[in-house]
Write a protein of this length. Sequence first.
Length: 385
Amino acid sequence: MSPSASSTRGAAAPRFAVVGNPENRRVAFFEEAVRAAGLPAARVVPWLQVLGGGAAFAPEETVRIDSPGENAEVERLLRGVDDPTRVEGSARWYAGFRTAVEEVSRAASAAGAGVLAAPGDLAALFDKRLCHARLAAAGVPVPPSPTSGPGAAEVRGWSDVRALMRGHRMPRVFVKLAHGSSASGVLAVETAGPGRVRAVTSVERDGEGRLFNSLRVRRYDTEREVGALVDALAPDGLHVERWLPKASQRGRAADLRVVVVGGRATHAVVRTSRSPMTNLHLGGARGDLDEVRAAVAAAGGSWREALAVCERAAACFPGTLCVGVDLLPTAGWRRFAVGEVNAFGDLLPRLTGLPGSGAEGLDTYGAQVAAVLERTRNHRAVTAS
């Protein structure tokens, strides 16, 4: 990969349009990457404009669809809640987001523009049940789940979760909102005999029963409390999967976010935490990638194979240029499974590419711009021949 557009001289350089929230740092990072590549400035199409029916693109534009998050008015339109910290409304968000993405794709196609994320891919990426099933069907290692794939169980509340845990001999599970992101609505649940249940989660419930995302991970120690949370989350759809014991680094649970661009694993960050949720915004901290590679080698595993697992996961979404793969190392660092694949998993500021990835010296946004440039060069070379 190369950040330079010099090889496109003599022909029109790619022109980007970004569907995003103009004030958001994600958009700013991508605009900076486009400028650094010497390309024409990216044109921003606000999510509010798209949701108002105003998606419009120019011929031959390359359209990046970015996260609609972190904008209160966009959240209100998609989820129907006035407080963006509320948990409820993810099913409504999903329906609205899918409709909007399909409209973006139609408008782009009608104008002769191309999109960097296919609507069908995004529909699967934002439904954990569909995503898990697609990965499993492709042979990608994933935590066992009774709620994905053909004949999957419907989860209507805590009694269903309890029955699935017993029936599938899963004393420890993650219960996740089917359409949640950033650990919203995720509970790490464990049982130890009749009536002994506890859950770790960032969800808190107020006196009126409303659910909120908190930046503080908390523990609920009674089945009554855990059941009430699950029952409140269930109308938006739930996914249940086995809670795999993770490897640790310096006494903290560890996993990795691996960004795959154009089919290649380009960036990786280690996330560590004292809680089961390693998300950095929930108190997680970046770990040491060199230590991970050394631990994998010492255990007789293969770091290259770990990255290959991520690339196989990304290949399940062939119409999407970039995804962020949550890679779960099992205890001992020898084997890996994929926990989730994230459509907007590239927000890793100041992180440069892995050695040998072709993205050395580039952040995740620069790597995506470079991948589009490479794709453009290859297309022109084929056309010229």
